[in-house]
Ligand binder design. Sequence first.
Ligand SMILES: *[C@@H]1O[C@H](CO)[C@@H](O)[C@H](O)[C@H]1NC(C)=O
Ligand SMILES: *[C@@H]1O[C@H](CO)[C@@H](O)[C@H](O)[C@H]1NC(C)=O
Ligand SMILES: *[C@@H]1O[C@H](CO)[C@@H](O)[C@H](O)[C@H]1NC(C)=O
Ligand SMILES: *[C@@H]1O[C@H](CO)[C@@H](O)[C@H](O)[C@H]1NC(C)=O
Ligand SMILES: *[C@@H]1O[C@H](CO)[C@@H](O)[C@H](O)[C@H]1NC(C)=O
Length: 608
Amino acid sequence: MKPPYPPKQSIPAALSMPLLVLLLLCLFSSPANSDLASDRAALVALRSALHGRPLLWNLSASPCSWEGVKCALGRVIELRLPGMGLRGELPSGVFGNLTGLQTLSLRYNSLSGSLPPDLAGLFSLRNLYLQGNKFSGQLPDFLFSMQSLIRLNLAANEFDGVISPRFNSLSGLSALYLEQNNFTGSIPELSLRLDQLNMSFNHLSGVIPTPFSGMPESAFEGNSLCGKPLSPCNATAVTRDNKLSGRAIASIAVASSLMLLLVLAIVFLICCMRSAKKKHSHSKNIEAPKQPKFGIRAIGKTRDPSGFNSLVFIRKQQENLFDLEDLLKASAEVLGKGTFGTSYKASLGTGNAMAVKRLKDVSDSETEFVEKIREIGSMNHPNLVPLVAYYYSRDEKLLVYEYMPTGSLSALLHGDNGAGWTPLSWDTRCRIALRAAEAVAYIHSRGPEASHGNIKSSNVLLTKLYEPRVSDYGLARLAGPAISPSWFHGYRAPEVIDIRIVSQEADVYSFGVLILELVTGKAPSTSLLAEEGLDLPRWVSGAVEQDSAAEVFDAELLRYQNVEEDMIRMLQIGIDCTEQSPDQRPSMAEVTKRMESLSQFRSLQEQH
Ligand SMILES: *[C@@H]1O[C@H](CO)[C@@H](O)[C@H](O)[C@H]1NC(C)=O
Ligand SMILES: *[C@@H]1O[C@H](CO)[C@@H](O)[C@H](O)[C@H]1NC(C)=O
Ligand SMILES: *[C@@H]1O[C@H](CO)[C@@H](O)[C@H](O)[C@H]1NC(C)=O
Ligand SMILES: *[C@@H]1O[C@H](CO)[C@@H](O)[C@H](O)[C@H]1NC(C)=O
Ligand SMILES: *[C@@H]1O[C@H](CO)[C@@H](O)[C@H](O)[C@H]1NC(C)=O
């Protein structure tokens, strides 16, 4: 039996990658392209290309003062022109200049035609609101390369064609609005973790894929769809004849009793699984898309024609436990798709499991790669996930880590609230924050250039005892230039434009977002599902300025007594870490010091 291999990269695609990289480099490295003057030129060009009510922008003042324009760190980051009576087609060659843009809102105008291809150059764009216009045609291919998108609203336009499965490549997407268009065909299987979805009032037909069965009915109404949450699809016309022969009745009786047996068996199985599951209620990882198991060999070409490549062990004591062949034979389960590649759990025959990360887009030569991996492998801290071994060949780069059974902090904080799920206690959150901060401070202590590069709650894994282990450190430096800086969305410091160069200050910002996440229980960037959501740091500091800080705390934490003061101090650390300006943020060493002074840890120290 053949396992379902993921498609291998075809040769043309592999060839076009370096080309794309070159192209991106040319686009983004020319200095003239990256300042406010070119943003300004682009805005002026946009204004003159659009018809309808004129935009009253004072051309002798800074563009940052113009209506609908918002700047940060000398770049235009938001352009919001909702309901401004704009007409005409969006011009080409304008948006390519607005590379700092994070939000573009042109909703409720009368814009028409197709979307200009240079929108694809907006590599920081998180929110694209184009609803309520007259855009038409099929969705352009470049849309699916806009990796930074979190919220995409194309509702109430005149788009047609099918809804492409390529939406799957927008891995960060959490809200997708396609209602009131002319889309046809069926809804593809999307493995996205969408918080909001609306496909109502199109010409869609067929079965609603099961991952969407929990969405509200109104997300699908006005189509010819069936299946949950709408009414069940008609079974194959068995029930057409009303008059049943005796034989039919007999066979129905037999079938029903078989059915009953089956149902009983299923109920029994479910009960067994429930009781087994209770013991592991925390090991759930919501980031793991439910996918069939397949052997790791299926994850790609793991042997060069030369046949000489094998695993290189960094932790020598594990060398006798398994080899490449064991790893390839192991049954593998997708743990999650990360910024730098997909992670698998490889269950070895011995009952042990390892986490295998299959890196994508590595452009380093073997020497460069090995050098960087040695640096990562030499890091040794009780709160870092240890790198055990690596594998390098031309086609495949694998990293083998210890497997963490309890999953990620992200899954524990934002996992489903179903039975068996217990919210993390305040004590546990404080301990996780402090230990993770110590791990990052350790990385920073290794030199001024050393940084983690990708701090987020899904990279903080937990042992069975809820001790945090920070993962993915140093991988940003291995990334090819093609990976868009959208990678960590709500965690990315505003000044970061190249993910391979993440400063310690930017790490501190990301860590601050993680602290805010622990205190508020909300996930960054997808936390506010209001139409024009803000980011977590901005939301928190806004609440604090309006004296409504009490409202930001996670409701789960309100039942703990006498922790208000610590909660406020923790919140303040998070706010200080997420200062816009890098030099105003504390160092990681200061962050750990301030956390240690929380009364919780003080009393611990007194006991010892
Ligand atoms: C883009 O920016 C460059 C450099 O500032 C400027 O010369 C050019 O006119 C801009 N293009 C548009 C369409 O605004
Ligand atoms: C336009 O901006 C300039 C410079 O800030 C200012 O002096 C002028 O009064 C403004 N004009 C209008 C009409 O607001
Ligand atoms: C949408 O589809 C309907 C029926 O297929 C058609 O009558 C209508 O003209 C289409 N609308 C647009 C704007 O293309
Ligand atoms: C989807 O869109 C329709 C039409 O705009 C609206 O009536 C409905 O409430 C929306 N449903 C959801 C779940 O957003
Ligand atoms: C199911 O069958 C009934 C009766 O034949 C029909 O009215 C209904 O439209 C069908 N529903 C679907 C979703 O095909």
